[in-house]
Design a protein around this ligand. Structure first.
Ligand SMILES: [Zn+2]
Length: 71
């Protein structure tokens, strides 16, 4: 039984959907940022993730300052 990974490497007619803008993305060297269609979409996705992380960090900082005012 052959591994599916070997199949995807040789096949160039696989088409995915960009998670960001839903454009078709062909699984080959023309799309180095796959599964995103472009570097821009890749960075947009990372930006959303980073802002979520910042929100969580900001919450913990706020509860810290509340303890301060208790004194
Ligand atoms: Zn895209």
């Amino acid at each position: 039984m052959r591994e599916k990974i070997a199949d995807t490497n040789s096949a160039s007619n696989i088409v995915l959907q960009c998670p960001q803008c839903k454009k078709p993305v062909h699984w080959n060297d023309r799309y180095p940022h796959r599964p995103f269609c472009s570097k821009r979409c890749q960075q947009m996705d990372f930006g959303e993730w980073a802002s979520e992380q910042n929100t969580i960090a900001g919450d913990s900082v706020m509860s810290d300052s509340e303890d301060w005012q208790d004194e």
